[in-house]
Design a protein around this ligand. Sequence first.
Ligand code: GUN
Ligand code: ZN
Length: 434
Amino acid sequence: MQTAIRGAMLTFKDDPFQRDLKDCMVYESDALIVMDGGKITAVGKASDLIAALPAGVEVTEYKNSIIVPGFIDSHVHYPQTQIIGAYGEQLLDWLNNYTFIAEQQFAQKEHATEVAEVFLREQLKNGVTSATVYCTVYPQSVDAFFEVASRYNMRVQAGKICMDRFAPEALLDTPQRAYDESAALAKKWHGNGRNEYVITPRFAPTSTPEQLEMVGQLARDFPTALIQSHVSENVNEVEWVKSLYPECGSYTSVYHKYGLMRERAIYGHGIHLTDEELDIFADTKAAVAHCPTSNFFLGSGAFNVKKAKDPSRPIRVGLATDLGAGTSFSMLQTLNEAYKAAQLNGNALSAGHAFYLASRGTAEALGLADKIGTIAPGFEADLAVIDLHSTPIIDYRMKYCKDIEEALFIQMTMGDDRAIAATYVAGNKVYGRD
Ligand code: GUN
Ligand code: ZN
């Protein structure tokens, strides 16, 4: 059934880190977006399209708002929903004191289903329509996640953590179990509806070389699956990896050695990557997931997005919350912190660059840029509607706003879940604030 929404609209047709923002950003102050069968079928000036709309097509109008591509969270741990804001210490202590305790509860599928439901509802409330997700070592935690996401018809990517050392016994698998369980899950879920499978070694320290060998075999046997892990998040972690894999020379080389650097492979953080490691990312087309709220929360550092996207050797970069080390489901708040991370590196991140990163940029990093992240005919109809006046103080601030770029910058600095007026997944309104 055809439906349509009307309002101001923002989307991108190219990467503003590589060329002029004005050649990349598409803004229409009064657009009509027509949807049918889960896809966008027409987009343009409302005045051009409205007359051609068949009689009886319902048009929902959003005033004082801006319609953007549904946000994409490229690195997030749904089992950590229950430990957001856990106090104390940096990565390795935080993992041992909170994460590895919480994740053991996901042996119970009922618990996993309940948390997946809370997690996905909260994403939709924040305009997040797609995510690349870590489950736990237990296959049933992956089934639970995909089952709940399928009920919302969200485009999701997820996988079972592979981990065979340096964690509590109950959370460990073996090289063979990592292969067998991941392969069975990939066969069941990869390409099933809007679901895709992600091969998920947690990070180099928690896998033996034998396990990474098996994970590399998985990557060869499932060439279209995504791959996700963590890289170079924390300086102590980097030193630990060097001591565990002395023959590799760098953290990234470990993943490269085992065949895990390729298109559709995405690595969280990458804060302390060397120039040589950045070259490996560029050559292999693997991506970094930039997780600023998490990086500030754990005191890990400030990722240099401008350097990563340097036109002389551009790397694909996605934006991500990394909950539960990340502190907010809101992509607006994630952009707020991404701006501050850029500032600490001596750069600015314009609203145009920021909104590109949260939509088309992240879709490119995940190899999904032909399906989501852009508002254009043929793309899947995943959309978020941002209310430009969602709180009294934002409403007041907007009285002094000059143009669309300033309006966007105000939203990413001051906005949060209250700014999301509605969320559409595959053409269906799945969340409405009012
Ligand atoms: N490195 C390995 N596991 C994790 C995790 O769960 N969260 C974060 N932030 N870093 C990690
Ligand atoms: Zn993570």
